[in-house]
Design a protein around this ligand. Structure first.
Ligand code: PCA
Length: 217
């Protein structure tokens, strides 16, 4: 790969909330170094900390100048792959982050819009996952914890760049779900395959695939 190969940046998060692992981190690590649709994947881990996560993401964007950024996070209890559509300009933490910080009702960026939409073709990605038999859904909220903060910071950072960006929440791994009775889970390898398909779709789909795919709910 030469230096001009465009980059797809994929981020995951450190474990948080008492968990020993975070599938989003493991997926980003698994995809690191792959070439997908002519893009080299750079996988990285963000701290699950309100103060540290946005600067870490911004320095990765400055360093790699990615053509596309896909941020991943764990959403324990959700069923299947959640393709997030909307980042809101609000933090309202139900639990402390990994630094013990728990902001309540705080704007993420002053003088910024109340929300940004993902600029990834979420409906084309959803169709691709459903064709492959992967449990997946569009989600209209990424929550109000560190994931939503990073999603918002990502879309704010990209607002004047050509690069596209978005966010996917993934469920628990089987070993995590074993400690949460009745919750849904997915094996790591199935999540890696699913996120790879999403990336390939996002890197190849026309920018308007988002709108052309129709309602899939
Ligand atoms: N999930 C959390 C933050 C880090 C992660 O993987 C969230 O959904 O906000």
């Amino acid at each position: 790969m030469n230096r001009r190969t465009p980059i797809a940046l994929v981020t995951g998060f450190e474990p948080f909330g008492g968990e020993g692992v975070n599938p989003s981190q493991q997926i980003a690590q698994a995809l690191h170094g792959e070439t997908l649709a002519g893009h080299r994947v750079v996988g990285a881990t963000l701290p699950t900390q309100f103060d540290a996560a946005p600067p870490a993401l911004e320095s990765l964007i400055a360093r790699h100048r990615p053509a596309l950024v896909l941020a991943l996070g764990q959403a324990g209890g959700r069923h299947g792959i959640s393709l997030e559509r909307i980042a809101i300009n609000l933090i309202d933490a139900r639990i402390p982050d990994n630094a013990g910080v728990q902001p309540v009702d705080v704007r993420i960026v002053d003088n910024a819009p109340n929300a940004y939409f993902s600029t990834l073709p979420v409906k084309a990605m959803l169709a691709r996952l459903r064709d492959a038999g992967v449990p997946a859904a569009l989600s209209q909220t990424a929550g109000t914890f560190v994931c939503n903060q990073v999603f918002f910071a990502l879309m704010h950072a990209l607002r004047r760049r050509r690069a596209r960006g978005g966010f996917i929440h993934v469920p628990y791994l089987p070993e995590q779900a074993a400690h949460h009775a009745g919750t849904s889970c997915m094996p790591l390898e199935a999540m890696v395959v699913a996120v790879r398909r999403c990336l390939e779709t996002a890197l190849t789909a026309a920018a308007d695939a988002h709108y052309a795919a129709g309602s899939l709910d």
